[in-house]
Design a protein around this ligand. Structure first.
Ligand code: COA
Length: 467
């Protein structure tokens, strides 16, 4: 493993060059986040005109720090970056996070090349430039100027966009989406997605890798590495620049080439990468894949208390290549005892709007316990005879009693204010729950898509090995 990439996620010590005394300045906010999020390593602010920042002793240069420095966060104007890299390189810093803008994205490619050349001459790697920083929750590292209280969890999020990445960081907090890491890659002058993928594939804290991608410099390497990674864990990509006008916007944003849309699509599916159409879908899929176990068989059973919602999920599942087969007869027989005589015991199993809170939960649990069922999608429409928060409470305590989920369960809770309270509670507990039938169906379908694509990739890799 490249020690520079390890130092990016778990540095033993950090120097913040351009640490500022002024709240609101980037160099101040990064210091405040590192301290406030609870980083346990050594922290050295670097600023030639300050003696201390946020109570931490300041140094005029990286080379005047009396100890080893693993990571250097560079937050000084672009014209000073080469000089800082030189100074940090001389004392053996392993990785530099160049926050500063003013490089390739504004036509200044030669300055960017000089930064990388200088860093490489000392064996140092560069993340950026033009980035908001790095978060790695297992190390309590938040070396960014994004929101501070990121929730630990299983998603590693790599983003080529800065402001959007910061905004999405905020969204993960509100939506209670747990992340292992957030990496802003900016102009990708040196460290690329493939370097990060190699590290994250082996990272036990990362269950799913989500990438907001505008373009890659070395497409072949990206696809090669990605197809190896998907045999271990899923990769979800939101590809920006899907249209001609979008691709032009990409060029003026991070200076990347968005590339041919079809070429990307084909390459991604061959590599087994899940492609999300939008931010919402990307997070829905990632949260689902990160939180629940893989399906134990092809057979997916839908349990709904609303016929219309059942039809909508059937459509969405079919669009994702999943056709519902009749439920196993023993399951149908058991559920028959809980539901009115006019209930439909096909798949979706329509337990009807008359079902009680307890029996809706019991129907879900019966489906989950059936040995032939590989995954369950529960669809609940709020009715006057049921209470979504009570359903959530009963379900959580029953699942807790049996020590957690042993096969996937995703839920749609559709209705008013109380359903949103139930959704938050269920998501907090770790059951992916969505406010619309289509989102829940697409989320559970992604698990099957991942399994299928991973199997194809593994088969191809085996063929290559045997050839
Ligand atoms: N070494 C150490 N400290 C230095 C320094 C150097 N070579 N040069 C300047 N400093 C100090 C300054 O004295 C200042 O400290 P102070 O506020 O306590 O006086 C601090 O570092 C910051 O320098 P300053 O010149 O005030 O820069 P700035 O904070 O206005 O801007 C950047 C610096 C990097 C934030 C700015 O140039 C930039 O690139 N902004 C865009 C960042 C961005 O958006 N990135 C992409 C996000 S997605």
């Amino acid at each position: 493993m490249d020690p520079s990439i390890s130092a990016l996620f778990s540095p033993k010590s950090i120097a913040v060059v351009g640490a500022s005394r002024t709240p609101g300045k980037i160099g101040y906010e990064i210091m405040a986040n590192i301290l406030g999020y609870g980083y346990g390593g050594r922290l050295y602010p670097v600023n030639p005109t300050a003696s201390e920042i946020l109570g931490v002793k300041c140094y005029p240069k990286v080379s005047s720090i009396p100890g080893e420095v693993d990571m250097v966060v560079v937050s000084v104007p672009s014209k000073s970056v080469v000089e800082v890299i030189e100074d940090a390189g001389k004392v053996g810093a392993k990785v530099a996070l160049v926050i500063s803008s003013g490089f390739k994205e504004v036509g200044n490619a030669s300055l960017e090349e000089e930064v990388v050349r200088k860093a490489r001459s000392y064996g140092m790697r560069v993340l950026g430039p033009n980035i908001f920083g790095v978060v790695y929750t297992p190390s309590r590292l938040n070396a960014s100027f994004g929101p501070r209280n990121v929730i630990p969890g299983g998603i590693a999020f790599i983003t080529q966009s800065g402001a959007l990445g910061i905004a999405l960081m905020g969204m993960t907090i509100v939506e209670k989406i747990g992340v292992s890491s957030i990496v802003s890659v900016g102009n990708k002058a040196d460290i690329e997605d493939a370097d990060l993928l190699e590290y994250l594939a082996e990272d036990p804290n990362t269950k799913v890798i989500l990438i907001y991608l505008e373009g890659v410099n070395d497409g072949r390497r990206f696809i090669k590495v990605a197809s190896e990674v998907v045999t271990k864990k899923p990769i979800v990509v939101i590809k920006a620049g899907r249209t001609e006008v979008g691709a032009k916007a990409v060029a003026s944003h991070t200076g990347s080439l968005a590339g041919n849309v079809i070429v990307y699509k084909v390459a991604f599916s061959q590599a087994g990468i899940l492609q999300a159409n939008d931010v919402e879908e990307a997070f829905d899929i990632s949260r689902t894949l990160a939180n629940i176990p893989p399906p134990t068989s092809e057979r997916l059973v839908v349990v709904t208390n609303g016929g219309g919602a059942g039809v909508l999920v059937t459509d969405t599942l079919a669009e994702h290549g999943i056709s519902l087969t009749t439920p196993p007869p023993p399951l149908a027989e058991q559920i028959r005892k809980l539901v009115p005589p006019f209930a439909s015991l096909a798949n979706p199993i329509d337990v009807t709007g008359m079902i009680s809170n307890e029996n809706y939960v019991n129907s879900l649990l019966l489906a989950l316990n059936d040995p032939e069922v590989g995954a369950v999608l529960g669809v609940y429409c709020q009715t006057a005879v049921t209470d979504p928060t009570m359903i959530a409470g009963i379900l959580i305590s029953k699942i807790r009693e049996v020590g957690g989920l042993s096969k996937p369960l995703a839920l749609a809770f559709i209705g008013g204010e109380e359903t949103y309270m139930a959704i938050r509670r269920l998501n907090d507990f770790g059951i992916p729950t969505f406010p619309t039938p289509e989102r829940a169906a697409a989320a559970i379908a992604s698990m099957y898509s991942y399994m299928r694509m991973r199997n194809n990739v593994m088969l191809r890799l085996k063929e290559v090995l045997n050839a």
